[in-house]
Design a protein around this ligand. Sequence first.
Ligand code: HEC
Ligand code: HEC
Ligand code: HEC
Ligand code: HEC
Ligand code: HEC
Ligand code: HEC
Length: 208
Amino acid sequence: MIIRSNRLLSVLCALLVMVGLSVSVEAAAQTCTTNDCHADFKWSFVHEPVEEDCLSCHEQTAEQHPREGGSFQMLEQGSELCYQCHEPMGRKLTLHSPVQEGLCVDCHNPHGSNAGKNLLPVDYDLTMLCNQCHESSYLENAVVHGPAASGACTQCHDPHESNEEFLLKEPVQMICVSCHEDIVEGMKTASVIHAALKSQVVLLAMIP
Ligand code: HEC
Ligand code: HEC
Ligand code: HEC
Ligand code: HEC
Ligand code: HEC
Ligand code: HEC
């Protein structure tokens, strides 16, 4: 969900008012990415604001560019930069530590990516991404659960925040039966249900 900040809105409005000056936001981005400068800004998926206006995140602090010591600073630091347009996180019980620390760019390329819409350097297999900080030693076990082996970590975990333990997207039983529907199907018709399963209130609630 996108909530554009007032500041961004006013910048956009100002641009609309200044149509006479014929400065389109697209042109602004184009002057930064020429054959000579930032030519490596080419991805199959470009983050929308990058396509539109580099200055929605970077603020020019000196006339001359490039120059030693730099001539740009970030408009906001860490996650605050992203929260200008994206819904702020931190309203659920657990916030993933790197999100709390504002390290969005540890997992997201702020400019773009070839991998997918979510701007990660990876596509489906998130193992490498998560292993920057986690040791998934279970991957060396003789048998590894299908979705974990293929790096589909976000089938079960929310990478940002959650109301469940271990950043799980839903109560654990719900997650398991989202793929193993046969368990619930079996419980619907079974004449005897294993006592251990009877304590799983979440599961029983799914049986009419
Ligand atoms: C959505 C916000 C956002 C937009 C829009 C954006 N940038 Fe950035 N840019 C960042 C962030 C955040 C960093 C710091 C990345 C880091 O710390 O790893 C950065 C870093 C950079 C850097 C230095 C490091 C690098 O990746 O080379 C350059 C150069 C740069 N941006 C150029 C641009 C240009 C040119 C545009 C427009 C075509 C642009 N940026 C648009 C967020 C943005
Ligand atoms: C100036 C506004 C703006 C800023 C700042 C901004 N974004 Fe975005 N972002 C957008 C828009 C617009 C889209 C495209 C619409 C959408 O996909 O929801 C988008 C899309 C994304 C997507 C893909 C969403 C999807 O569902 O495919 C990710 C991931 C993302 N942004 C992360 C970030 C991160 C991380 C930062 C901070 C480094 C950031 N954004 C800063 C405006 C912004
Ligand atoms: C630990 C890695 C990690 C960090 C840190 C992280 N993200 Fe993400 N983000 C992901 C992954 C993975 C996805 C794709 C979600 C999926 O596959 O369901 C994602 C998806 C997104 C999306 C797309 C919509 C959605 O929720 O699925 C947005 C927007 C986004 N992230 C913004 C941010 C912002 C803003 C921050 C910093 C406050 C941040 N992310 C920090 C890993 C991360
Ligand atoms: C930039 C570092 C970093 C990255 C990348 C990262 N994590 Fe984490 N994660 C942490 C830290 C720090 C903690 C808190 C310490 C701990 O419990 O190990 C944590 C905790 C967790 C927890 C336990 C939460 C709890 O409540 O006990 C889960 C689950 C988790 N991360 C999953 C992931 C997944 C899935 C990915 C990849 C999408 C990922 N992490 C990527 C740093 C990271
Ligand atoms: C099938 C669902 C599922 C998948 C897929 C999955 N996890 Fe988990 N993960 C869990 C559950 C459930 C727990 C809680 C385990 C417990 O109760 O001891 C957990 C716990 C964790 C923890 C915290 C406990 C610990 O061992 O340090 C981390 C970190 C973690 N997972 C990372 C990952 C990463 C990284 C991936 C992808 C390579 C991944 N998980 C894939 C379900 C899953
Ligand atoms: C994203 C889909 C998905 C989710 C979610 C999921 N599984 Fe699985 N599970 C699989 C797949 C695919 C296999 C078969 C491949 C394999 O054996 O690794 C499997 C196999 C299994 C097996 C071995 C069954 C056999 O017949 O060999 C068990 C046990 C299992 N899962 C338990 C769980 C539990 C417990 C959870 C919840 C924490 C869970 N699964 C969540 C996809 C999933």
